[in-house]
Design a protein. Structure first.
Length: 346
């Protein structure tokens, strides 16, 4: 996710129910920017400790779920993997959130989805018999808590600060080749090298003003861009992107286009996972961030609901399509024909 992409103000309660119950306030993601008119509150964001407690309770409650500690952050926080593996031979999808600590709403959506997977619904239980789901929420736990070894005095949130980088100021999504950060090593050694992952969505947040001829986008998607990616992996990545797009766009309030800065950089997850592991992967960027130093890019907190719901629907639609096999017949041209969003900052 590019450095120009910045902040979203967040005030949401801890995973109080299914994200399907959340009603977006603003159609097509046109929630207000802050522009000095709102206080940016992060106090209601799920903290690391709250997330850990939630995961442990769901692990005890859900028969299908297993909780694994895959490593520790720079500051010693356990990094978690929520696993739903009924049959190791099933296709597996990995959902990764908060590589960047100030991109927080996708973690809120992921926690909603974990709670949803623990319901007694027959459809959910049948789905879990046909697809394995791995969820890594809050990979950058130190950045998400603002517990870092560099100052955040110029950040604008009221409450704890959240930053893109880990505690040692490493951008985890530029560290997938060198693996200098313990968080990156944990992901590669204890998830990607341990489990056979077939599909992956790397969740991020982008800026507030990406648009298409004046209409603001609620998010953007991108498949691997490195030319050395295996053609079949690239094709299946496009099918995954098509499924995601078709699962969200009919809501009537979403507006998803292609990400506007395609890059072949092998250090970013969307390229690395395809190159190193043969995973069909896509990047999904949501509008706005939780905290940063540049106020004009901050999104007002009234727009939180649709971002949580986009995350939830992205996970649910792709997992279901993999489980029932419809991803195999998805039309990659749907993704190919999406235009790129525009970068509209001054």
């Amino acid at each position: 996710m590019k450095k120009k992409m910045l902040a979203l103000s967040i005030a949401t309660t801890l995973v109080s129910g299914s994200a399907l119950a959340i009603t977006p306030v603003h159609a097509a993601g046109n929630g207000p920017d802050v522009k000095g008119n709102e206080t940016v509150q992060t106090a209601m964001l799920t903290t690391y400790d709250e997330m850990a407690d939630f995961l442990k309770k769901e692990d005890a409650r859900q028969d299908a779920m297993q909780l694994e500690v895959i490593g520790q952050s720079v500051k010693g926080r356990d990094l978690y993997l929520a696993k739903y593996i009924t049959n190791p031979e099933n296709p597996t999808i990995l959902f990764l959130t908060q590589q960047h600590g100030n991109e927080a709403m996708t973690t809120e959506g992921a926690l909603d989805y974990i709670k949803y997977l623990g319901s007694d619904s027959r459809k959910i239980q049948d789905m879990l018999k046909k697809v394995n789901i791995l969820i890594v929420p809050m990979l950058n736990a130190d950045g998400a808590m603002g517990d870092v070894n560099f100052p955040l005095d110029d950040y604008m949130a009221s409450g704890r600060h959240l930053t893109r980088y880990n505690a040692d100021r490493i951008d985890l999504n530029r560290d997938h080749v060198n693996k200098a950060a313990p968080e990156t090593r944990a992901l590669h050694e204890m998830v990607l090298s341990k489990y056979k992952v077939d599909y992956m969505i790397d969740f991020h947040h982008q800026g507030t003003q990406e648009d298409y001829y004046g209409k603001l986008t609620t998010g953007s998607i991108l498949t691997p861009q490195n030319p050395d990616v295996d053609p079949q992996v690239a094709l299946n990545s496009k099918k995954l992107a098509t499924i995601l797009y078709q699962g969200i766009e009919p809501t009537g309030w979403s507006f998803i286009l292609k990400y506007d800065e395609p890059s072949p950089n092998p250090n970013v997850a969307s390229n690395t996972m395809a190159l190193q592991y043969g995973i069909s992967v896509m990047l999904f960027e949501m509008r706005g961030m939780a905290d940063h130093s540049y106020e004009p890019y901050v999104l007002g907190q009234k727009s939180n609901g649709y971002i949580i719901k986009q995350t939830f629907l992205a996970m649910d639609s792709t997992a279901k399509a993999i489980a029932d096999g419809t991803i195999k017949t998805a039309d990659p041209a749907v993704y190919d024909n999406l235009p790129e969003q525009h970068y509209s900052y001054e």
